[in-house]
Design a protein around this ligand. Structure first.
Ligand SMILES: [Zn+2]
Ligand SMILES: [Zn+2]
Length: 420
């Protein structure tokens, strides 16, 4: 028997891996343009970080944490925000500076039964910013996410924004919800009946159609906001619009994690089907304090790389290897190997035969690699220190001195890229 991959995990074959890395590279360039600094944190984390940070009554903590057997409190991280706050506090960064913009790219894990669009191991591009409550920062963070998605070429996305208001507003909203939902309690799903006690805002996130309809009928829109929070949200809308990002106001966007206050947002793509969120984020001004630190305002987002890849569609097979060096006879294998090495040393991506293939077989391999040039190493030419250089696009070929080969190929390659 052969083994299959663990359910809910994904293998990245070469074309997909390339697409993945291109996407990550483009994102990194955008993030650096916006002055974010990269951090790399472990995938193992104390589960307390999430129990305390994300909240006991959230889906992540109740059902989705992936524990390490035999290690009581070590889990595979389910998300990056609470972990980044742990890193921030452990290193007392607030004592060194008052403002930080971080980003990370890495794997997150969920223990829940995997389904389409919800993997057990998935990758995220996330940012976390500490030290400013200014609304201009909210707008910039949203613009950053939108820029990454645009740069990746994931096509049309919809941005929904809402505000939960300050902590007092959020609590008022929660109370209002509990009050108005009381008479409908009997019609809520089992999860929501439980949520009513422990984390009522989660009812708004419920995917159950019955619950959704009940919530829509409650008329909760904006009623809970104090005047400063309302003004702030109006300012945010204006700034985002000025930054050239289209959005819709969604009063029912609350995000299922305890740590959010104020601005929340979500990007969705029609290319994704039922699990249509491609990324989301918001303010978490109380999280640093929840995790034992001082009161420091913060905001961030995470984009799902696998969801972005789905939205991008099938990866193209791109040419990575530029040159194939073919030996026209067994005696030519040794010089072919030397020439291959000479080209590689000059920084040209080059491949040669390792399977004693016939010349025809070598050309087939060269074609599969999509190379631009084939160098034919033949007994006659080698006597004159020459090889034949064949252009695979034009099929033209010419005799070239081995000493000139590197320059010749380099010149062709630059001419080509200038034309493109
Ligand atoms: Zn408020
Ligand atoms: Zn429900």
């Amino acid at each position: 028997m052969i083994y299959t991959g663990v359910k809910g995990t994904q293998d990245y074959h070469p074309a997909l891996a390339r697409q993945f890395n291109n996407l990550v590279g483009d994102a990194r360039a955008v993030l650096e343009r916006y002055a974010y600094q990269e951090i790399i944190l472990p995938v193992l984390e104390d589960e307390g970080v999430f129990r305390k940070g994300v909240g006991e009554a959230t889906d992540i903590v109740e059902r989705q944490m992936l524990k390490i057997e035999g290690k009581d409190n070590i889990i595979l991280r389910p998300e990056g925000t609470a972990q980044t706050v742990r890193f921030f506090l452990e290193n007392s960064l607030h004592k060194q500076s008052d403002f930080y913009k971080f980003f990370y790219i890495g794997s997150m894990f969920r223990g829940e039964r995997p389904q389409r669009g919800r993997l057990r191991q998935f990758n995220q591009i996330g940012v976390e910013v500490f030290g400013s409550h200014r609304v201009s920062l909210d707008a910039e963070v949203i613009k950053t996410a939108s820029q990454i998605l645009a740069q990746a070429g994931v096509g049309e996305v919809e941005l929904k924004i809402n505000t939960l208001g300050c902590l007092r507003d959020k609590e008022a909203f929660s109370r209002l919800l509990v009050e108005r939902i009381r008479e409908h309690a009997g019609h809520l799903c089992e999860d929501c009946r439980r949520r009513r006690e422990k984390n009522p805002l989660r009812i708004i996130d419920c995917k159950n159609d019955k619950c959704k309809n009940i919530v829509k009928g409650l008329n909760l829109e904006g009623a809970h906001l104090c005047a400063p929070c309302k003004d702030r949200f109006d300012d945010l809308g204006r700034l985002i619009k000025e930054a050239g990002v289209a959005f819709v106001y969604d009063p029912y966007l609350v995000r299922g994690l305890d740590y959010y206050t104020g601005t929340v947002f979500e990007f969705t793509s029609q290319r994704l089907g039922a699990q249509d969120a491609i990324g989301a984020g918001g303010r978490y001004d109380t999280l640093v304090e929840r995790l034992g630190g001082p009161s420091i305002p913060a905001i961030g987002f995470a984009l799902g790389i696998e969801r972005m890849l789905i939205a991008l569609g099938e990866p193209k097979n791109e040419t990575v290897v530029a040159v194939y060096v073919a030996a026209t006879s067994p005696a030519m294998q040794s010089p072919a190997f030397m020439i291959t090495q000479q080209l590689r040393d000059a920084g040209i991506n080059t491949e040669t035969d390792h399977c004693e293939k016939s010349l025809k077989g070598q050309f087939r391999y060269a074609q599969r690699l999509g190379v631009r040039y084939v160098v034919l190493v033949g007994d006659e030419e080698i006597k004159e220190n020459c090889v034949m250089l064949k252009n695979m696009q034009t099929s033209g070929q010419e005799k070239v001195k081995i000493d000139d080969l590197t320059n010749k190929i380099k010149n062709f390659t630059t001419e080509n890229s200038e034309k493109n």
